[in-house]
Design a protein around this ligand. Structure first.
Ligand SMILES: Nc1nc2c(c(=O)[nH]1)N=C([C@H](O)[C@H](O)COP(=O)(O)OP(=O)(O)OP(=O)(O)O)CN2
Ligand SMILES: [Zn+2]
Length: 137
């Protein structure tokens, strides 16, 4: 069966601080550098959501991009945008908000809302040059 990947870009701004509560500020600074400054800092996160599946012969769609757009807005943009990830989001109460961990959290939130017939891959850009990808394995 022919499987095609449909992609949708998204965006949110968020503040974070990389740190472990069981390390002091000095150790956090040594390991996480400027991303561990105590008063937080922000990133303009860009996201690529890739959904792979079969083309529906009736519609010609793998997934309706309007449906995907609304899902990303509801699950990701409305949840993450203009938030302090450490302070505002329960997902990061005990999880360091690295690009890797944010990417996995986003994957799990979207995966739980998509039909199991789809494969999902998330690419998260923390800066223009730093980005990570997760597809569930
Ligand atoms: N494996 C990871 N390493 C780092 C992460 C991360 O999430 N995972 N995060 C950071 C910082 O939060 C941030 O991403 C790095 O910022 P910065 O060095 O400013 O990145 P730039 O791309 O802007 O750097 P340039 O010097 O302009 O290329 C660090 N490590
Ligand atoms: Zn950062």
């Amino acid at each position: 069966m022919t499987r095609v990947t449909v992609k949708r870009k998204a965006h949110f701004n968020a503040a974070h601080r990389l740190f472990r509560a069981d390390w002091d500020d000095q150790k956090n600074l040594e390991v996480f550098g400027k991303c561990s400054y105590p008063n937080y800092h922000g990133h303009n996160y860009d996201l690529i959501v890739s959904v792979t599946g079969a083309i529906d012969p009736e519609t010609g769609f793998v997934i309706d991009l309007k449906v995907l757009k609304d899902l990303i807005k509801e699950e990701i943009e409305d949840h993450f945008d203009h938030k302090n990830l450490n302070e505002d989001l329960p997902e990061f109460k005990n999880l360091n908000p690295t690009a890797e961990n944010i990417c996995v959290v986003i994957y799990n939130k979207l995966k739980s809302r998509l039909d199991t017939k789809f494969d999902l891959e998330i690419t998260l850009y923390e800066t223009a040059r730093n980005f990570v990808t997760y597809s569930g394995t």
